[in-house]
Design a protein around this ligand. Structure first.
Ligand code: LFR
Length: 478
């Protein structure tokens, strides 16, 4: 008999996709059946997502999915839709890059007490954490709301009619207790919401429900159910890291570079808070101890400013490879780069602020971006290892950046540690394999990673030349 197929819906900040996967001879075979663009929509009251439009694309993808036994949905974190008593969506969800949290986040954190907040929710201070978004919201929608659904849970609700909150993504809200893994009613009240807005938690691997009859008819999938996966895309990406040894670090690249370690327990020390680390929850009770680094957003937004498209990237990368090394670097964790807008101008200003030469060609800007990312990867991995008393022998770089040879090589150079690049589609891989486990085809995380390692061609980058130049570059940022 044919082995069963699974469908992964993976929604990223700049594109979404639907991929199919099945296990054959101990490998995962995957095939993308639909890809579509995503991005912020500027409306009069701020930046939003087109959630309904995304759902239409999800349906279009599922129509091309053959007959999967299950569907899993993952997306970026922290953002949510509000649902009223009749089950209606109360307005398009806000985009996490919207500026309404700019001042509120800090004042909330100050009045709650930053150390107190971290000791409860274990999260890195990022202005867009759900807890701050809620503290910044007021008005009719929040008053009429019965339920808050994170983006993958909202899609899951539209597919099945079932309401819930998947744990890995719930852990990014700032409303979950880092120790008990339950919603914290105190944090909810502090954010100004009724704790009853937060739906019951579900775990990766739990069955969400059957497709609603109308959805089943629309997609031609009568017998398919929805399975909760690591619905935070980064949780699925970390599952999709093809690690074969315990001493690995990861860099999950895409719009962001999520950089850190997988740990058995959170690190809630004052040093971890000061270093602005996050303790997000992974699949199977693991902790994702990491920092959000600005990521390829710096590059994407530069291209957009120049009026260029992704077709222009290979040429630019060749220019970057030929540009002078380590002429100028910026802090790729600086929130000045968060909002949409002229990226090369902000990079130039950051160089001036640190008394470095301003990159004078597009190739030089791209080189500056990639070296800044490499340096930030190094800083986050070294600090994560130190704060958790762990060794790192290898760095797995997964996601879209694994295609970027220069980024991979520079990361290896900066760290002085080998980088293993791939898979590009780590998130979809993690999503699909958690479903395969629910179907009884995979035993545990270790087997799952073994399957991933066997299924993809991986590229190893060994560090070139000593890292003195990188030490100097780092000092320029201090
Ligand atoms: C990556 C990601 C990050 C999260 C950011 C905003 O796609 O999910 O993990 O911090 O998007 O939601």
């Amino acid at each position: 008999t044919e082995s069963p197929t699974f469908a992964a819906v993976d929604l990223g900040a700049s594109s979404g996709r639907v991929a199919l996967g099945r296990l054959a001879a101990g490998r995962l075979e995957t095939r993308e059946v639909h890809r579509f663009a995503n991005g912020p929509v500027p409306l009069p009251d701020g930046l939003h997502w087109d959630a309904v439009g995304l759902f239409r694309e999800v349906l279009a993808g599922l129509r091309r999915a053959g007959e999967p036994v299950s569907v899993g949905v993952d997306s970026w974190a922290v953002d949510y839709g509000l649902i009223d008593a009749a089950g209606s969506l109360l307005g398009e969800p806000f985009h996490y890059r919207d500026s309404r949290t700019d001042t509120v986040a800090e004042s909330f954190s100050d009045s709650f007490g930053a150390p107190e907040l971290f000791s409860r929710n274990g999260l890195q201070f990022l202005p867009f954490n759900t807890v701050f978004q809620l503290a910044a919201s007021e008005g009719a929608a929040l008053e009429a709301a019965e339920t808050l659904l994170l983006i993958p849970d909202l899609i899951g609700y539209w597919l099945t009619g079932q309401v819930g909150a998947e744990l890995t993504n719930a852990s990014t809200t700032g409303l979950l207790d880092a120790r008990s893994h339950e919603w914290s009613p105190e944090l909810a009240r502090a954010a100004g919401i009724d704790p009853s807005l937060l739906p019951a938690l579900r775990r990766p691997g739990d069955v969400v429900g059957e497709l609603l009859p109308r959805v089943a008819a629309e997609t031609g999938l009568p017998g398919t159910s929805v399975v909760a996966v690591g619905s935070h895309d980064t949780a699925s990406a970390v599952v999709g890291v093809p690690a074969r040894t315990p001493n690995f670090a990861y860099v999950c690249t895409g719009t962001w570079s999520l950089t850190g370690l997988e740990l058995p327990a959170p690190v809630l020390t004052e040093q971890a808070r000061r270093a602005n680390f996050t303790n997000e929850l992974g699949v199977d009770g693991t902790v994702r101890f990491l920092r959000n680094i600005m990521g390829l957003w710096l590059l994407q937004e530069s291209l957009r400013t120049w009026g260029l498209a992704s077709d222009d990237l290979p040429g630019l990368l060749a220019e970057a490879a030929a540009a002078e090394p380590l002429r100028a670097v910026v802090d790729a964790e600086d929130t000045r780069f968060l909002a949409p807008g002229d990226m090369p101008a902000r990079i130039a200003q950051a160089c001036r602020d640190t008394d470095q030469p301003v990159p004078d060609t597009r190739g030089a800007v791209v080189r500056c971006v990639l070296e800044s990312l490499a340096l930030a990867h190094r800083r986050a991995i070294r600090e994560a290892a130190e704060l958790s008393c762990r060794d790192v022998d290898v760095v797995h770089l997964v996601g879209g950046g694994a295609r970027n040879e220069l980024l991979c090589q520079l990361t290896a150079d900066a760290l002085g540690t080998p980088v293993v690049a791939g898979p590009v589609e780590a998130t979809a891989t993690g999503n699909l394999l958690v479903q395969a486990r629910t179907a009884g085809q995979v035993a545990d995380l270790a087997e799952l990673r073994e399957i991933t390692a066997r299924s993809h061609a991986l590229t190893r980058y060994d560090p070139r030349n000593p890292s003195v130049a990188w030490d100097q570059a780092e000092r320029r940022l201090r």
